[in-house]
Each structure stands twice: as structure tokens, then as C-alpha cells.
Design a protein around this ligand. Structure first.
Ligand code: GLY
Length: 414
């Protein structure tokens, strides 16, 4: 009898300990999320004071050397991220103030629906109009997105089986000019094609996305599932004629944001197709990435910077090029991707990593003090060191994926 009572006592004690610690974990999570929402809305209010109303020429992008805000016009690759961030603030707060502002910034991008100048239309239109359609649909949004998918599809060729990223690419050693370059980043543009196929019933967009993903799977990965940044296809034979980098340390190195695009991109293609080969690619690309991270889970801008056997092209490199700078934008992209991949691959360790990543990004090392960092959220990103551009700066897409990760973290069932 005494024995039974003792057992009951222990079991009840353990149960209440679990309930207490589970609920204290939940409380800590909810405090973390709420504090980040309060911070992000306050910082974005400041950004809005700076930029005013959308003009088609004032999309926040980064910070200049003198700490002032740098903006772009709508034809750059990044104008969709600021409207997209405004949509995430609406999703996080449910405050219609953010919906009204997000609608205005999104509507300013409508002229892009016929744009065919480069491959980034998915980033431009799906981060803005895609979120708008998901959170506050209007009849015109579907048509705008389908027209955008049609414009993006003009860059696809049946012969190469891929969407052309840029119209030209010159190798860093200056030896060759290529006319059909495809970059790993391009995986991200496929999400808009999957959407357009579903809502229009036109299978063409789905087929293009799948063909592009297949060619990328075949040509853009190395055996260890690290990635080449740029693959050049021959315009006549369609053969692969170059495996290079544009923004990484060297042609044979792994640019960390490129690896991040691969992880996110293949996770998304698996979600859309349910074909296990894409899940396998996302998992292997993730395992490469995680194996090569420093303790705070924010990667160097390139995993092989300054390592023997990785030789940059024939240019005179400054000390900065060799510097072991971090790229928090890659961390934000992967953080968001792993909240999804962890759930669809049923792998709790990816979710644990994502949770640690979001805490690292929200720590004072990477999250800017209010009113600093030209009013962007995340510090210490790298645009492109080989182009001497946006080195150790905020980047609008780091903020976008940080907020997306916060939405995914908030919605995660424990
Ligand atoms: N898609 C261009 C970049 O990631 O810098």
C-alpha cells in the first residue's frame, strides 16, 4: 500500500513538473514572439516615416556607408520584400493598419506583371502579391499573379529545360561570356508557377517548374550536396558549359546564401509536388549547411572562404574579400525553411535548429537597436563581396525571411 502511494506520488509529481515546464516553455516562446512583433512593428514604423508613400522608386534595400537608407526602383530583384514584410506584420498582429499599408505597397508593383527582363519575378510578385492573395484576397490578385507567371515563363526554353536567370554572365576570370546562365537562387521563383498552375488550371506552369527543378537537381549540386552558384548552358547544344560563382568566393566554393536558396527552394518544390527526390535534396543540402555552421548558427558568407583549394578568379582581391564575415540573410532564409522542412520531413532536430537560429538572429548581435541600421531589422548581411557591394549591411530580404520565420515559429504546434 505504502508502495502504491509512493508510486502515485512520484507519477503525480512528474506529471505536474512536465505540465509546469511545458507551459513555461510555451510562455517563454510567446514572450519571445510578442517582443519581436513589438520590435518589428516599431522599427518598421520608423522605416515608413523615412520612405513615405510608395513611388515605384523607393523600395528599401540596404544601408549606405554613411548609415543612410538605400532604396531601389521596382525593376531591381528586391522590391517585393518590403511589401511582403508588411504582409507578415499584418499576419503577426492582425492589425488592419498593416493590411492597408501592405495593400498600397503591393499595388505599386502591378506594372511588373509584364516584366521579362530577368528571372526574379517570383521574388518580386509572389512575396508581395502572393502574400496579399493568401491574407486578404482581392479578385484582381489572381490575374496579376497568373500574368506574372506567364511573363516568367517566357524565359524558359524546352531545349535547355530551365528558366534563364540573367541575359548574360561574364566569368570572374574574364575568359568567357555566357548567354544562358542559371543561378541556384532561381529555385525560389518556381513557387509562383506552382500557384499559377493551380489557380489557372494551366499545367504548363507546373511542368516548367518541375523541369527547372529537375535540371537544377542534376546540374547544380556537387556530390556532397553543396551547390554551384551559376550553371551556364550552351544556347545551341543546351549542354552545361560552365559551373561558376557570381557572388561566392570561388567557382568551386559554396556561397552560403546560394545553399540557403537551395534548401528553401527544394523544400518548397517537395511541398508542391510530393515527389520524394526533392525532399531528399532539401535534406542533404541542409545537412551540408548545418555541418558547416559556426556556434551561433549564422554562416560565413561563403563556406570555403580562404580555405586551401578554393581559389578566386583573376582579380586583385582586397582584404575584405578574404574576411570571415557572416551573412545573416542566409541564416534567416534557412531558419524559415527549416521550420517547414522539420515538419514535412518529420524531423524534430531541424525544428530545434530553426528555433535556435531565430533566437540567434533576434539576439543583440544580429537584431538592430530600435532606430539604428537605417531602420532595417537584421544586421550583418552580405550582398556580394566580389561586386564590392552591401558588405556587412542590412538587406531587406533578411528582414523578410526573419519575419516569415517568426510567423512560422508562432504557428508551430508544440
Ligand atoms: N538572388 C540574388 C541574391 O541572393 O543575392
Amino acid at each position: 500500500m505504502i508502495h502504491l502511494n509512493l508510486k502515485l506520488f512520484i507519477v503525480t509529481g512528474l506529471l505536474s513538473l512536465c505540465i509546469f515546464s511545458c507551459s513555461s516553455d510555451e510562455r517563454a516562446k510567446s514572450q519571445f514572439v510578442d517582443e519581436n512583433i513589438a520590435y518589428a512593428t516599431a522599427q518598421t514604423d520608423k522605416m515608413l516615416e523615412q520612405v513615405g508613400e510608395p513611388t515605384g522608386k523607393n523600395y528599401p534595400r540596404t544601408m549606405r556607408k554613411d548609415s543612410t537608407l538605400a532604396v531601389t526602383n521596382m525593376y531591381d530583384w528586391t522590391p517585393g520584400f518590403f511589401p511582403g514584410s508588411l504582409w507578415y506584420l499584418y499576419e503577426l498582429t492582425k492589425d488592419s493598419k498593416w493590411k492597408d499599408i501592405a495593400e498600397k505597397w503591393t499595388a505599386s508593383l502591378e506594372p511588373l506583371k509584364t516584366f521579362t527582363g530577368h528571372h526574379d519575378l517570383g521574388f518580386m510578385m509572389y512575396c508581395s502579391y502572393g502574400n496579399a492573395e493568401r491574407l486578404a484576397p482581392k479578385p484582381e490578385y489572381k490575374d496579376i499573379l497568373i500574368e506574372s507567371a506567364e511573363s516568367l515563363s517566357t524565359r524558359f526554353s524546352e531545349k535547355t529545360g530551365v528558366i534563364k536567370s540573367w541575359n548574360r554572365f561574364k566569368s570572374w576570370n574574364d575568359s568567357s561570356l555566357f548567354y544562358y546562365p542559371v543561378i541556384i537562387d532561381n529555385m525560389m521563383n518556381l513557387e509562383m508557377l506552382f500557384y499559377a498552375s493551380k489557380v489557372s488550371g494551366n499545367k504548363k506552369y507546373y511542368d516548367i517548374a518541375v523541369q527547372h527543378a529537375d535540371a537544377t537537381l542534376k546540374n547544380q549540386f556537387r556530390e556532397d550536396f553543396s551547390t554551384y552558384h551559376v550553371i551556364a548552358y550552351d544556347t545551341v547544344s543546351s549542354n552545361v558549359v560552365g559551373k561558376m560563382t557570381a557572388q561566392g568566393f570561388s567557382d568551386n566554393s559554396t556561397w552560403s546564401r546560394g545553399q540557403a536558396w537551395a534548401i528553401y527552394g527544394f523544400t518548397m518544390v517537395y511541398r508542391e509536388t510530393q515527389d520524394k527526390k526533392y525532399l531528399d535534396a532539401a535534406v542533404k543540402a541542409t545537412d551540408y549547411y548545418l555541418k558547416n555552421l559556426p556556434d551561433d548558427l549564422v554562416p560565413l558568407w561563403d563556406f570555403n572562404v580562404g580555405v586551401d583549394g578554393y581559389v578566386p578568379g583573376q582579380r586583385s582581391y582586397s582584404a575584405t574579400f578574404q574576411e570571415k564575415l557572416r551573412d545573416a540573410s542566409a541564416a534567416a532564409i534557412v531558419c524559415s525553411a527549416l521550420f517547414e522542412l522539420g515538419q514535412i520531413a518529420n524531423n524534430q532536430s531541424y525544428i530545434d535548429y530553426a528555433e535556435k537560429m531565430i533566437h540567434s538572429l533576434a539576439s543583440p548581435t544580429y537584431r538592430a537597436p530600435l532606430g539604428k541600421n537605417a531602420d532595417f531589422l537584421i544586421m550583418h548581411c552580405v550582398g556580394s563581396i566580389p561586386h564590392r557591394s552591401e558588405i556587412d549591411r542590412p538587406l531587406v530580404y533578411a528582414d523578410y525571411y526573419f519575419l516569415e520565420a517568426l510567423v512560422r515559429y508562432k504557428n508551430l504546434k508544440s
